[in-house]
Design a protein around this ligand. Structure first.
Ligand code: PHE
Length: 483
């Protein structure tokens, strides 16, 4: 059901340009940047991966970000409403449904991991190093923090677009930045930090292969919050006077900057203490606490670091909850609070198996599907990896071929008149962008999809997105000895 302009006021709008940028950057900057980016970089060879990642962000991620923002602002709707209102047929409306599902289901396990960060922060304050494997296997430690995290998310989303999401993002994002600077200063001044810097900054191009490119692209989508329809919702709250292109570039740059900075926090410290940068998803939860334990006054830095992770996760999880909530608000504008509470509680309940899947319950830990073991990994594979590739593909096909780049360009021009003016060599940015959306994005994303489905290699289907459980054992066993 579309309510025409009448409810426009009640849907909510960003109060200012900075508010939009902070909220959208808040969504983009999350565990993906601070937890996932460093370990994926570590697993894929360091500096060379970083370069490929940057290319993916700016050549595929940013064009798609503009797709989502323009579709959202043109329609003023949630993802389902956006496809409907701009004339999308059933396959696209189903894509909108998939957007809502992806955000919702990712929230169910993202909240679990975010809960861990709260426990780890507390563990640093009380100077007790948690042993990852023991900690995650204990439902009584994991579930309460998961509940707290979802509770905070519900609270902020209930307060609305401007008074909740925008206000808190404007507070939390600068806090996050300051905390990062403190940790980086500490990390770079450790003895032996140069080795980490060298690993992170001098590329070895022989390390680039197909898998590295795929991982980089998957990481770019995950990190930018692109391919979830989320930026459709966030774009729908953007006033026409705002500039989609510069706003989008700010968001992408802030997200990239935080990811790059996360590397400067992690690698110098990891190398200074002789740890393995390729330790995988446990790099944050297993390796870093050991690093902190060896630093003078390390618990202070440890506390700051894990608080930072919790904050980054919170500004992302509110955006995930906002997408399904925006659907209900578009149906009935007074439904915000109630739907935030109900959707949040259901997300918590559906997240329980994920919370129990790192040892808490044998059944959920050993469940196997789509080449993944454990409920959390399976959810991540289906919604955090496959769904977003499908959505990105459908989005580029929709805007490239159905809704047409011209319609999107018309929307983008409002607030950004230079978008369709010839700039360099008589070519307008809009022309380059249209070409990317029509040809480059669908082709590249199709290749990624085929690869993820295991079409290219029968043996090693989906390298995408492992989770902390996969490689924890050796590290953990070692760490149970320490302190
Ligand atoms: N981009 C977020 C991160 O880097 C994750 C996220 C995905 C947030 C999808 C919202 C929607 O952690």
């Amino acid at each position: 059901m579309n309510n025409p302009n009448s409810s426009e006021e009640n849907r909510g709008q960003w109060g200012s340009r900075l508010g939009f940028i902070m909220a959208a950057a808040g969504s983009a900057v999350g565990l993906g940047n601070i937890w996932r980016f460093p370990y994926v970089t570590g697993e894929n060879g360091g500096a060379a991966f970083v370069l490929v990642y940057l290319a993916c962000v700016f050549f595929i991620g940013v064009p798609l970000l503009l797709v989502e923002l323009s579709l959202g602002r043109a329609s003023g709707r949630n993802p389902i409403g956006a496809f409907k209102k701009t004339g999308g047929g059933l396959p696209f409306i189903l894509t909108g449904v998939l957007c809502l599902m992806a955000c919702f289901f990712v929230l169910t396990y993202y909240g679990v991991i975010a809960g861990w960060t709260i426990s780890y922060a507390w563990g640093q304050v009380t100077q007790q190093t948690l042993v990852f494997k023991e900690y995650t296997a204990n439902a009584m430690s994991v579930l309460p923090v998961f509940a707290v995290f979802i509770g905070l998310t519900i609270w902020i989303v209930s307060a609305g677009v401007e008074k909740g999401i925008e206000k808190w993002s404007k507070i939390l994002m600068p806090v996050l930045f300051v905390m990062m600077v403190v940790i980086i200063a500490r990390s770079l001044t450790l003895d032996g930090a140069e080795k980490g810097l060298k690993y992170y900054l001098s590329p070895d191009f022989s390390k680039i292969d197909g898998k590295v490119v795929l991982m980089a692209l998957g990481q770019a989508f995950f990190s930018l919050s692109v391919g979830w329809g989320l930026m459709i919702t966030y774009g729908s709250y953007m006033p026409k006077s705002q500039n989609i292109v510069t706003n989008g570039l700010w968001v992408a740059s802030a997200d990239t900057l935080v990811a790059i900075l996360a590397g400067f926090m992690v690698f110098p410290a990891v190398f200074a203490f002789g740890m393995d940068p390729g330790a995988g998803p446990g790099l944050t939860f297993v390796t870093l606490p050991k690093v902190f334990a060896q630093m003078p006054a390390g618990w202070i830095f440890g506390t700051i670091f894990f608080c930072l992770l919790s904050v980054a996760a919170l500004t992302s999880s509110i955006s995930m909850l906002e997408v399904p909530v925006s659907y209900f608000v578009d149906k009935k504008s007074s439904a915000r609070k109630k739907s935030a509470i109900i959707v949040g509680i259901v997300a918590f309940l559906i997240g329980i198996p994920s919370a129990m899947s790192n040892g808490g319950s044998e059944f959920f830990s050993e469940l196997q599907l789509f080449g993944k073991t454990g409920f959390l990994d399976i959810m991540d594979q289906v919604f955090g990896t496959l769904a977003l590739i499908v959505i990105s593909l459908m989005l580029s096909i929709y805007v490239g071929w159905v809704w047409k780049p011209e319609s999107a360009v018309k929307e983008i021009e409002e607030g950004c008149p230079w978008f369709s003016k010839p700039l360099v060599g008589g070519i307008a940015p809009s022309q380059v962008w249209s070409f990317f959306i029509k040809y480059i994005c669908p082709i590249v994303i199709s290749l990624v999809l085929l690869n993820t489905l295991g079409i290219f290699s029968k043996k090693d289907p989906a390298p995408a997105e492992p989770t902390p459980k996969e490689q924890t054992s050796p590290e953990d066993n070692a760490s149970s000895e320490s302190q």
